[in-house]
Design a protein around this ligand. Structure first.
Ligand code: NDP
Length: 315
């Protein structure tokens, strides 16, 4: 058995727009990047259909295709893409010292510089009935799973842009969409609010939360509770979509990198530098503000440039 750790120049953890853009820049700068894709190769955009707001695509592009193209672009310049996960890290405190990473639980890697682009994941309500029925009618991705509920009645939880966008998407497939908004107003942009309010088969329930998801093996209904009156009501649905925001995928870096209270990695000033020399963070793992594919790609580019300067200074 080979017990020697593999020594690489640049390790990129995560394969969304941030990771692949970092890889394109790093590969072109001869930094020999190795990308570990993580559990969801291609990141969140692989769960989207049409991306209409990424510059350069006048007719839009579907998310999965865009991620395949980004990967191909990174590979064209020599990026090595590995389907696998970094499961632990040990960042060095000394400039110029390599950082240790463990891939897939056992493979040891030493990297001169590390770019973190692990993104964020959907949040769930974390009530027992919802947890039990995940995969049995409870989903956090309308675009991935909406198709299975064609012509059926479903509900969606959340009042942000994601919930509004997904409710609108589901309304085209499903016979009825009940939208549960916990406050007396939505957080979504006025345009999105207006859009969902005007779709006839979307019913918006304000001040309403999930009390329990009903069903043994699959979702059969929903008990809702009105937060003002305490009144409970049951409706028959076959699918429940959760669209209540995201959590950054930064657990493996806890205790080693500075983060905010939610777990977003803190970067220094206008750079992608973390508090560990040679470790850089980009994309949604460090951005709770903008969270767009184009901003993630932009910070991916910045991370590669920051890493390149770091390597040059520590050669
Ligand atoms: P947000 O954090 O903006 O909204 C989350 C929503 O879920 C809020 O309405 C929140 O309610 C609600 N919520 C949170 N926790 C619970 C809970 N436990 N039970 C019930 N409801 C809950 O997340 P989004 O994913 O919607 O959006 C994230 C960012 O991405 C935003 O900046 C958004 O503008 C952007 N975005 C932009 C899009 C576009 O421009 N096309 C599309 C999608 C997202 P409350 O308000 O009460 O806290």
């Amino acid at each position: 058995m080979n017990t020697q750790p593999e020594h690489i120049k640049t390790l990129i953890i995560g394969s969304g727009p941030a990771g692949y853009t970092a890889a394109i820049y790093a590969a072109r700068a001869d930094m020999k990047p190795v990308v570990y894709t993580g559990m969801e190769p291609g990141g969140q955009l692989t769960t989207t259909t049409e991306v209409d707001n990424f510059p350069g695509y006048p007719d839009g592009v579907d998310g999965p295709s865009m991620m395949v193209q980004l990967q191909q672009q990174a590979e064209r310049f020599g990026t090595e893409v590995r389907i696998g996960q970094i499961t632990a890290v040990e960042f060095s405190k000394q400039p110029g010292q390599p950082h240790k990473a463990i891939a897939d639980g056992s493979k040891e890697i030493m990297a001169d510089t590390v770019i973190i682009s692990t993104g964020a994941s959907a949040k769930y309500l974390d009530i027992p009935s919802e947890q039990r029925l995940r995969g049995g009618g409870v989903s956090a991705c309308a675009v991935c799973d909406g198709f299975f509920y064609k012509g059926q009645e479903v509900a969606i939880v959340g009042g942000g842009d994601t919930a509004a966008e997904e409710a609108s998407y589901l309304s085209k497939i499903c016979s009825k969409v009940t939208m549960l908004v916990r406050k007396d107003q939505m957080r979504a942009s006025k345009t999105m609010q207006h859009r969902v309010e005007n779709i006839p088969n979307i019913e918006i329930r304000y001040n309403t939360e999930v009390d329990e998801v009903l069903g043994d093996q699959v979702v059969e209904g929903l008990r809702m509770v009105n937060r003002l009156t305490g009144e409970k009501e049951e409706i028959a649905i076959t699918g429940l979509f959760i669209a209540i925001g995201h959590t950054p995928n930064t657990d493996i870096f806890k205790g080693q990198l500075d983060m905010d209270e939610v777990g977003y990695i803190q970067t220094q000033g206008k750079t992608t530098k973390t508090n560990k020399p040679g470790v850089f963070a980009c994309g949604d793992a460090q951005d709770k503000e903008y969270r767009q594919a184009i901003t993630a790609a932009g910070t991916g580019c910045m991370a590669a440039l920051d890493a390149e300067r770091y390597l040059a200074a520590n050669e």
